[in-house]
Ligand binder design. Sequence first.
Ligand SMILES: [Fe+2]
Ligand SMILES: [Fe+2]
Length: 249
Amino acid sequence: MEIIHDNVHSKSIMFHDLGSGLMVQSNQHVIIRGEEAIVLDPGGHKIYTKLFAGLTPVFPISQVKYIFFSHQDPDIIAAANGWLMVTDAKAFISEIWLRFLPHFGIDSYVENRISPIPDQGMKLSLGGEDLLLIPAHFLHSSGNFMIYDTFSKILYSGDLGASLGAPYQYVEDFNDHIQYIEGFHSRYLPSSKPVQMFLNTVKDLDIEMVAPQHGAIFRGKETVHSFFNWLSTLKCGYELMGEAYNLPG
Ligand SMILES: [Fe+2]
Ligand SMILES: [Fe+2]
């Protein structure tokens, strides 16, 4: 567990080492503000038990106000039912994925606490401060949102900025960090168009930190700037795949 932002009435916490076995490393972010808390991308079943245990001494789980699912991947939503059962929280997921979520098994009496995020995004209030649920479709999921916390100025970027295998929690040297992000971004992102849209969307936001759902955090304006700069020239997805695939054989 790592406290990534700390203030008298607000804490931003990252759990980053709850996975096991073949499971892709993932971060579970929690924002606690006043008497309220939101859990971001809580992960699958094995993470659920550990996150529950890790969070209990810090915040009463039954009082979690919101659960946010940036998109529909199993490393995000697989334990949705468990979280809805042990809290009275409202859960949010893209309107285009809402009816896919129950395939992971959602008990009918908690279903009414799942709310759709409209394509254009929305705002939530946590401890009296705004959280912006910003559209970031196709990065990589076709119904995908990020959260910008107006209080801590952290952008929770979901899979954008994901790194795999970096042996640290904070990026110190961006150029050296490229080796850990380029594989993921070139294959999981479909094309550079949604990346450009993202950069245009957040250009006026005051961002102190970019906290992805996998791997290391980009801390400080300079590192965030280097990351955005790298994104601005990125070619990815089908742009790297030519005009047709070779048939197997
Ligand atoms: Fe994903
Ligand atoms: Fe992910």
